[in-house]
Design a binder for this molecule. Structure first.
Ligand code: NAD
Length: 473
């Protein structure tokens, strides 16, 4: 049994003053770790360490911070096997995907932050006014479990680049990888108190961080529900709150798209990480005359997407991360059937032959009405809705008629039409014809998908204050 009943504060591991949470391996439903539930005292200790470290770290030369970021990236690479294994156990991603898909985002965010920092203009002269950018201070970073290393790295890297100090509260579901990352950051030479890790849940630990008066900013990624609670709780101390929240991304297949390619890749992206991706293209919008063909392709790909335990070499996708998520996804699948959507792949229950673990059958519904709950609410499981549309205006209307606005996807051969549709999407990210990942592109949502932007130079700016020195000369 792994002992994670400790926090990393002021350069050292310290015992927790609270009770413990049992972390469960979603493939086996067995407890793999005892994790500290950080108390308000633990959070206070960590925030004070970060506060004390702030003036010196804020004053470090840019070159030194670049070296630190690069050393962290190399340190992560040196512990790749261990980190991938941890993610696979804690949230159920198959071992191969943990290594090939999840892991690389960690070092990549640190290297990207170093690249951005190297050319960032902290001072900008505007006439006789000097506009300067300064680190905001102590940051509370609250992350989800779905892409553990990515979520931590895309907050810690720009915060360090900016010259901020921080307290990370990772998800209680992914505490193991976070503990290893804390060791890597310390080993890379981060001064004591610069980076602190407090393990725990949202209700006790996350909320103590959110209301702490010495925290200048909360960067939160997670559900819209928690984002609303955090915004309200942080309001009393007027701290900056940046939110990266849920999504229900449309994937518009234009009539001239290569249907086989557009649909099969769209299904794979929807099921990626067992559907536990905030940008997952879960609503596939298909021209009505092509619905039957699209349905057949989607059903075939779903059938080929083997869902199973993370340590089984045959598993394309693993279980969903916890029992509550499993119950929620099952309830949505049952609601989809009850609402009259046509089930063309998967369905309720575990896949045949699997008796244990939170494994969900990759499921496709067709002829889904955009007003149905399965078409409007974030399921966060391997469930795809095919929604027919009449013409381009209808597709744009359906795509935007939703409270979320994180990502949108558009597929087609005629780039004039693809770009025209992309410009009409009310979403922070539009991906055209499944491009490769661009970590310098801003990542964040419109509407109830959030208000912040991460990655690249936009990510760095989130952690900076802007000061106008008027009459500077
Ligand atoms: P969650 O909201 O339950 O928890 C996220 C984090 O917030 C965890 O660390 C949790 O302990 C903490 N937390 C929960 N309630 C809190 C509170 N009241 N105060 C302080 N902290 C609190 O989300 P989850 O289940 O871990 O992750 C899934 C959600 O995250 C999905 O909705 C998904 O779309 C979203 N997400 C968004 C992005 C994005 O970039 N927009 C990326 C990944 C995941």
């Amino acid at each position: 049994m792994l002992d994670l009943n400790k926090h990393f504060i002021d350069g050292a591991w310290s015992s927790s003053s609270g009770d413990v949470i049992e972390a469960i391996d979603p493939s086996t439903e067995t407890v793999f770790a005892r994790v500290a539930r950080g108390t308000a005292n633990d959070v206070d200790h960590a925030v004070n360490a970060a506060r004390a470290a702030f003036p010196a770290f804020a004053a470090t030369p840019v070159g030194e911070r670049i070296r630190l970021l690069e050393a962290i990236a190399s340190g992560l690479e040196a512990r790749r096997t261990e980190i991938s294994e941890a993610m696979s156990v804690e949230m159920g991603v198959p071992r191969k995907a943990a290594d090939a898909v999840h892991f690389p985002s960690g070092p990549a965010h640190f290297r990207e932050a170093a690249r951005v920092l190297a050319s960032f203009a902290f001072d900008e002269q505007q006439g006789s006014t000097m506009v300067t950018h300064e680190p905001i201070g102590v940051c509370g970073l609250i992350t989800p479990w779905n892409f553990p290393i990515n979520q931590v790295a895309c907050k810690v890297a720009p915060a360090l680049a900016a010259g901020c100090t921080m307290v990370l509260k990772p998800s209680e579901i992914s505490p193991w990888s976070a503990a290893i990352i804390a060791e890597v950051i310390a080993d890379a030479g981060a001064p004591s108190g610069t980076f602190n890790l407090v393990q725990g849940d949202g209700l006790t630990t996350g909320s103590a961080l959110t209301v702490h008066p010495l925290v200048d900013m909360i960067s939160f990624t997670g559900s819209t529900r928690a984002g609303v609670e955090i915004s309200k709780a942080a309001a009393d101390t007027v701290k900056r709150v940046t939110l990266e929240l849920g999504g229900k991304s449309p994937n518009i297949i234009l009539p001239d798209a290569d249907l086989e390619d557009a649909v099969s890749k769209g299904v794979a992206r929807c099921f990626n990480n067992s559907g536990q991706s905030c940008i997952a293209p879960t609503r596939m919008l298909v021209p009505r005359p092509l619905l039957e063909k699209a349905e057949a392709i989607a059903a075939r790909v779903a059938g080929e997407t083997l869902a199973g335990p993370a340590d089984s070499p045959g598993s394309v996708i693993g279980p969903v991360a916890n029992a509550a998520q499993f119950a929620k996804v099952q309830a949505y699948i049952e609601a989809g059937v009850a609402s009259g959507a046509r089930l063309v792949a998967g369905g309720p229950g575990r896949p045949d032959g699997i008796v244990r673990g939170f494994v969900v059958q990759p499921t496709v519904f067709s002829d889904v009405d955009p007003s149905m709950a399965i078409a409007r609410e974030e399921i966060f499981g391997p469930v795809l809705c095919l929604i027919p549309y009449e013409d381009e205006n209808d597709a744009v209307r359906i795509a935007n008629d939703i409270p979320y606005g994180l990502a949108a996807f558009v597929q087609g051969r005629d780039m004039t039409a693809v770009r025209r549709v992309a410009r009409q999407m009310r979403a922070g990210i539009v991906q055209m014809n499944y491009p490769p990942v661009d970590r310098s592109a801003p990542f964040g949502g419109y509407k109830q998908s959030g208000n912040g932007r991460e990655w690249g130079v936009h990510g760095l700016r989130e952690y900076l204050e802007v000061k106008a020195m008027v009459g500077f000369g």
